[in-house]
Write a protein that binds this ligand. Sequence first.
Ligand code: ADP
Ligand code: ZN
Length: 721
Amino acid sequence: MTIINVLLPLAIADAYSYLLPDDLHAEIGDFVEVPLGSRKMIGVVWPDDGKKPPAKTVKLKTVIGVVEMKPLPLELIKFLNWVCDYYISPKGMGLRLVMNVPEAIGVVQNIDAVRMGTGEVERSTKARDQVLDICEGGETFRKSELAKQAGVSVAVVNGLLKMGALSMAQMPKFAKFKVPKTNHNLADLADDQHAAADTICQAVAVQKFETFLLDGVTGSGKTEVYFAAIAKAIEQGKQAVVLLPEIALTVDFLQRFENRFGVEPAPWHSGLAKGARERVWRAVASGEAKIVIGARSALFLPFDNLGLIVVDEEHDGAYKQDSGVMYHARDMAVVKANIGKFPLILASATPSLETYLNATSGRYTHLVLDKRHGGAKMPHVRSIDLREHQPESQKFLSEPLITAMKAKLAAGEQSLLFLNRRGYAPLTLCRACGHRIACPQCDAWLVEHRFNNRLMCHHCGISIVKPTKCTECEAEDKLVACGPGVERIFEEVELLFPEARIELLSSDIQMNVDEIQRRLNAIAAGECDIIIGTQMIAKGHHFPHLTLVGVVDADLGLENGDPRAAERTYQLLNQVAGRAGREQKQGMVLLQTYMPQSPVMRAMIAQDREAFYKAEAYGRELANLPPFGRLASIIVSSKEQKKAFAFARTMIEAAPKITGMVILGPAPAPMGFVRGRHRVRVLARAPKGFKMQDWLKSGMLSVKPSGDLKVQTDTDPYSFF
Ligand code: ADP
Ligand code: ZN
């Protein structure tokens, strides 16, 4: 008997010790079945971190069995340990990020199938012939699949089986992923694309760790550049993964990939069905799937032989996981590439300040594409000062914007109105008593959704039927909608342009993927004049007929206490602006704002990105905010606010005093009440380079919460709500 460490995918800090019987053999990374209390569970043999005291053999439980499958690669184990250490998460939660497809653990079973048999067909019919024709080549089929292909009922297949004309067989549960054809549909790269691709390909060829910032304006052809790098990785026998914000992971994008490489990539996102997840997980582990295109969690797939990571739209906030292990996939991609010794591409038209500074300081290799591909011009950007051009009462579009839209409509070109706010109105107010309808369990107003006649909380999701009288003073018909959401803009546009074809796209409008795709295709084909949309329309889409972008409220998001508010607003506005004039015709962007002099608006109008980054970097350095200082946010929550405050103070008292470390709070979090719990926040700010994790663990986090108290630590927080 030997003692081994086994990590279980649960919220536990470390691996447990188990006895391994002599007749079993298990190495680090192997999946093993072990007893846990009265249950059995599968975990992974984990390396000893050298910190644990030797276990006493007498009390140890014994490993039940070793699962017959490939062990987790050592690099992945190293990576998970790193991630959990950095985000101060239980290691078991890190393993859970990998073992989130339980069906994929263990040997894959074959499934029943049918193939051509040797028996005679008793009486030939058209239906029977159709089935047999398909089976002629000797292939195996699932019964239902065969029937479908032949256009007959399963009964026909069963009949042929009975007479022996077909026979039962076994076939693999999943279709294989085909090897991408690296030379399938090569783009003729422009000079700057070519130069960028060459530089990256050299690093891919020698498999060394290097981080590239592929910094190119919207439409400059960044995708084609990283496709070239992916092709190189495949030629080297390596796997590659492209990370995208979930919202940008569209059928369109996957199709574009397929056009280039002649095969489907392995997709990875929250919408995948169970079987599809298992198929991808296994194919990634075996090395059969060469290219994965996925959302942030694809970083935790068990790659057999990864040789390149691409993080597209690297600045996007969607890369930060906001529960469990609160990792930032872009930052962890850098760690993963460093551990695996291979290159990494961060692509963006508006890099995060962190990445931008790393690139300009030389830590990352900076590759710039400053022109749109094919000679399309960058759009002109103008602001509309809402103080001068006030929309009519209860309306939200100003006269100059309406005039521009009219001109586009007359010219047969498309306009897009962007407003990053779902629903009809963000607030409902009683004109009789002044009451504002708020969520009963959150610090948030209920948002009116007129299409389904409800008021909804965008934080916890509860909704109520829209009341006809005030919930406070019971006055009838005194409730008014305040402010606009996209539904309200839709209403305004319908009144203004009764003859126009209008499309409203918002993530909360109940549409399935096909329906969304159908609408996007219709827009691209020019079957619509005015598009109204939220963030979901801002990313990645190429609409050839779109020449005017109107931003209904460019200031939205600027004032919310988030240190990255300006940066985010700038990135979002740029992305939306990038939808205009992507082909021959000149694009125009109009920003409705009350603050035309703010650094964000000025940079947008002058299209002077460097000036914006400079101003932003200056402000953050003065305030010791990231990337010049480091932050950790500790949120203490409880049903009782007093208890949360008291506990937060106890935590702070336990923190070692160190010069340069600043503790802010405790204070009610900006969203101080969510889902019925009070939230109190402590922000710790450290100088750059200081290892905050040890300081937190030995201090604040050494005080353990009890009762209904909960503590959530967020290293490098992005969400400040
Ligand atoms: P970005 O990702 O930088 O916004 P894309 O890669 O989406 O830009 O390219 C913008 C458009 O230009 C796309 O329609 C793309 O197909 C086209 N394009 C880019 N590079 C080339 C090229 N070398 N040859 C032909 N078309 C290209
Ligand atoms: Zn709520």
